[in-house]
Design a protein around this ligand. Structure first.
Ligand code: AMP
Ligand code: GLY
Length: 418
């Protein structure tokens, strides 16, 4: 089977690694890929913001299935475009990806279907939003409506900061939607992420994880795309899973069918356990980064089976083995990340170090220039380890991380230490 993976992050390197373990995979391509995927796949540097360009290389290389990492491509309708050409893909259409791309869409659905989530109001007037905020209990939760590259949510007890955030949404500095803000009830509790593969007939849980969004230890510093994660989440038990499926996922899929935008693909449920009850914080319509790295190292070759069965609506025939083990990912980022990351740092010493065999290093946005490995973005490597339990995985990961002497990078030292 010939596979094309779309994206250039560590998530896509991990997907490429897992898929390449599967004997059904005969050839794998990555667009655009990075220096890490180049070790396993053929990188094809095309403009992935163009559905036509993606279709062109699928036809040229007789691709059997396309695996998409980032949400952006679902928003641009890659699923709609590939399905029209009868090329297999497991992911939502443009319309169904609104579960991630529009927070107001999802909130309205939750109210309609009685899905447990924080109470909310949506405003299209800046003044009304600010006046409403003033009367709310602290801390405030304020969200931009469209995709915002991880910068679309403010949780703060500072009214002035809240007002400024609302202004930044309305003047277009934050988020893709200039004219909508959501003010939400603050939910107290522990967070977890649970991942489902969903096709026309079946909902399959494929794992759980916990991620770390803040840049620095003890959840200090600015929000990032994620500085680390571990899998599974200790908060997921049978009772919670049953509630998540019955009270959150099933009514969501029912709603999507009712409005004529059936969902299919990887459904990432971001949840908070609030007084023992799982409540929905957000949906993503793809794997998270870095959650994907911890899931992929545990699922291994099964990742391809999930995508292939899902694309053919045959998930009901697939049994997924979740091993009784744990995995951890610690992100190695450029020092200025997330506010002011530098690109082009020299990274050879990091990949040329001799590490223990248990360590997998997944790359994000790396490339070679005259034999020198360099970065394009803030997050550079995912140091990922699978072991019998989380403590062991964490100990192994941090032992390897201590070998890094490069001055251009940093990492959190408290991933997996609850
Ligand atoms: P989101 O992009 O919606 O996942 O929000 C980013 C982060 O903000 C979440 O992972 C939570 O830590 C926090 N957050 C979002 N909504 C709420 C809420 N209603 N109550 C408490 N924390 C929240
Ligand atoms: N780690 C969060 C995300 O991928 O959205």
């Amino acid at each position: 089977m010939k596979i094309l993976v779309i994206g250039n992050g560590a998530r896509e390197h991990a997907l490429t690694w897992a898929i390449s373990q599967n004997p059904r995979c005969t050839k794998i391509y990555c667009s655009p890929g990075n220096a890490g995927t180049a070790m396993l796949a053929t990188n094809l540097d095309i403009d992935i913001t163009s559905n036509n360009k993606i279709i062109e290389i699928c036809l040229k290389h007789s691709i059997d299935i396309v695996v998409v990492g980032p949400e952006k491509q679902f928003e641009q309708g890659i699923t709609n475009a590939l399905k029209e050409k009868k090329i297999l893909i497991f992911g939502p259409t443009r319309e169904a990806s609104q579960l991630e791309t529009s927070k107001s869409f999802t909130k309205i659905m939750c109210r309609h279907k009685n899905i447990p989530t924080g109470n909310y109001e949506i405003f299209s007037s800046e003044d009304e939003a600010k006046n409403f905020l003033r009367a709310q209990p602290k801390p405030y939760v304020i969200k931009a409506d469209g995709l915002a590259a991880g910068k679309g949510v403010l949780v703060s007890s500072d009214f002035e900061e809240g007002k400024q955030f609302i202004s930044s949404i309305f003047n277009g500095k934050i988020g893709a939607e200039k004219n909508k803000v959501i003010i939400e009830e603050y939910l107290e509790g522990h967070e977890m992420s649970v991942f489902f593969a969903v096709d026309r007939n079946t909902i399959k849980c494929i794992g759980s994880a916990q991620d770390y969004k803040r840049a620095f230890d003890q959840d200090r510093g600015p929000n990032t795309g994620g500085m680390g994660s571990f899998s599974p989440s200790p908060l997921l038990n049978e009772r919670n899973l049953e509630r998540i499926v019955n009270k959150i996922v099933k009514p969501t899929l029912e709603y999507m069918r009712e409005i004529g935008s059936e969902f299919s693909g990887i459904l990432y449920t971001g949840l908070i356990l609030n007084s023992g009850e799982p409540k929905l914080i957000e949906y993503n319509v793809r794997f998270g980064d870095p959650e994907c790295q911890t899931l992929c190292i545990r699922l291994g070759a099964q990742v391809l089976d999930i995508y292939f069965s899902g694309a053919k609506n045959e998930l009901s025939n697939l049994s997924i083995n979740e091993a009784n083990d744990s995995a951890i990912t610690v992100i190695v980022a450029e020092k200025g990340y997330p506010s002011n990351p530098k690109s082009g740092c020299e990274l050879n010493d990091i990949v040329n170090t001799k590490y223990d065999n248990e360590l997998k290093i997944f790359h994000a946005g790396t490339y070679f220039e005259n034999n020198s490995l360099r970065n394009t973005g803030g997050r550079i490597f995912s140091f990922t380890v699978r072991s019998t339990d989380l403590n062991k995985a964490r100990a192994i990961a941090y032992k390897q991380l201590k070998r890094i002497k490069n001055e251009n990078v940093f990492y959190r030292t408290d991933i997996g230490r609850e």
